[in-house]
Design a protein around this ligand. Structure first.
Ligand code: NDP
Length: 456
């Protein structure tokens, strides 16, 4: 095994703080990335620094630097023949355990710091699934709201005109995320196929007629609820009759609600970037079908739900003031702060599971853990989406589609595995710290694989 003789650099940082300061210094304008790194390093510090092997191979320095960051220009034309330019990104963060895998986000807030945080989180999340998937993320600062279908198609083609050279079914397999759903995946797949003249499983979240997996659209939301079931089970508790606040009203929120309803819980809120609705009688399957239709137009507002079903709408706020047993933030990063966290626990909420990526601020997470509630961090609780993307990849390779029941069974199995890993690495006395469990469990597999592969 290739090992350096002199370990001068062995644990070159005297403290966790010194290491984290170096990350801030190196990437001073990437605050979401600092936040994600801080959370992980906080959990893995003892594991990473007490192992001579991890120190010799300088895993700490290596794990916070992406393998590759690709930034490119996306010129496209709108319906009035105006030419626009957006920035495109793909962060290929770590491929120690498999090809890069992670979504594409189209949102005006997208920048390098946001995508690096998402790609970094994805490395650990993908590891937790137990599948052979490395971590990546990408997207653009393009705003899909208010764009015509033709403009969306033009933009997706223009995006793929550059992205195609960097991806491939054995290299990097993007999927959807905020602003990228089945329609956008379809246009990007079509353009990839045209440029490469190859029909391959290079994207996941495809239509089921052309290689997509059953249950993929549902997987993140359903998987989130399966994870909540596992957490509740550690306290011999169930979902029956529980009141649940949900934020967001997109893919993850819709299918989380659907599964909650099926399992006898009562979701009472949904939100978007304009405000939230409160439906105290409970959101029903019929109402979720309405939301799916409403939100298929990206500029549609959740306010329409309040008008149609005659319920309360609160402008410009998030739903964390509403009394609940369980809270599922499913919209976006940093949508739940310390005040929200205090209000939730004050009102009796004792389970929080993140459908979105990093929706809780650092202080909010500390509050939940100090209160010893059941807190499932996104990289564990929302791993169902990427897990079923992994299953879509295997169906594309074998060319044998699986039934809905089979895929749903695999999703449950994988969410149980993710939960078990969190318990294995995060249980201390009688309390499971799922943040530590997810971070350490995800880290160990990636770090050991990096060591097996040498200094690459
Ligand atoms: P969608 O685009 O389908 O929906 C996003 C929802 O979040 C919309 O309701 C949107 O409201 C709201 N939202 C977006 N930005 C903001 C903001 N700045 N403030 C308040 N609300 C906002 O995305 P998804 O449901 O796919 O993704 C939601 C979250 O889940 C993201 O964090 C994503 O990274 C994460 N995730 C998604 C997975 C998937 O499989 N799709 C997998 C794992 C994680 P509006 O319409 O006003 O923009």
């Amino acid at each position: 095994l290739l090992l350096p003789d002199n370990y001068d650099f062995l644990l070159k940082y005297k403290s966790k703080k010194e290491f984290l300061d170096s990350v801030v210094d190196n990437y001073s304008d990437q605050k979401e990335f600092h936040q994600a790194v801080e959370e992980v390093i906080h959990s893995i510090w003892d594991t990473a620094t007490s192992s001579e092997e991890y120190c010799k191979f300088n895993i700490l320095d290596r794990i916070v630097v992406p393998d590759r960051t690709i930034i490119f220009r996306i010129p496209w034309m709108d319906d009035k023949n105006n030419v626009h330019v957006n920035l495109g990104y793909r962060i290929q963060f770590n491929s120690a355990i498999g090809p890069y895998k992670g979504g594409l986000r189209f949102h005006p807030n997208v920048n390098l710091g946001v995508l690096k945080f998402l790609a970094f989180e994805q490395v650990f999340k993908n590891s937790l699934t137990g599948l052979n998937l490395g971590g990546g993320k990408g997207g653009s600062n393009f705003d899909p709201k208010g764009k015509s279908d033709k403009e969306i198609m033009s933009f997706c083609y223009a995006f793929m005109n550059e992205l195609y050279r960097h991806i491939g079914r054995r290299t990097d397999i993007p999927a959807g995320d905020i602003g990228v759903g089945a329609r956008e995946i379809g246009y990007m797949f079509g353009q990839y196929k045209k440029i490469r003249n190859a029909f391959t499983g290079v994207l996941t979240g495809k239509g089921t007629n052309w290689g997509g997996s059953l249950i993929r659209p549902e997987a993140t939301g359903y998987g989130l609820v399966y994870f909540v079931l596992e957490m509740l089970d550690t306290r011999k508790d169930s979902l029956k009759g529980k009141t649940v606040t949900v934020s967001g009203s997109g893919n993850v929120a819709q299918f989380a609600c659907e599964k909650l309803i099926e399992l006898g819980a009562k979701p009472v809120t949904l939100s978007d970037s304009s405000g939230f609705i409160h439906d105290p009688d409970g959101i029903t399957q019929e109402k979720i079908e309405y939301v799916k239709k409403l939100k298929s137009v990206r500029s549609a507002r959740i306010l329409e739900y309040a008008k149609k079903f005659n319920v309360e709408y609160v402008e410009g706020k998030r739903p964390w003031s509403i009394k609940c047993d369980i809270a599922l933030p499913c919209a976006t990063e940093n949508e739940l702060n310390l005040d929200d966290a205090k209000q939730l626990t004050h009102n009796g909420c004792y389970v929080v599971a993140e459908g979105a990526n990093m929706p809780s601020t650092t202080n909010a997470v500390h509050h939940f853990i100090n209160q010893k509630i059941l807190f499932g961090p996104g990289k564990a609780a929302n791993a169902g989406g990427v897990a079923i993307s992994g299953i879509e990849m295997s169906q594309n390779s074998t060319r044998i589609p699986l039934t809905r029941d089979k895929v749903d069974g695999l999703l449950k199995e994988i969410m149980q595995r993710v939960h078990n890993t969190c318990v294995k690495y995060g249980k201390k006395d009688d309390f499971v710290n799922y943040v530590d469990g997810a971070n350490i469990g995800g880290f160990v597999r990636v770090a050991d694989s990096m060591i097996d592969q040498g200094i690459v």
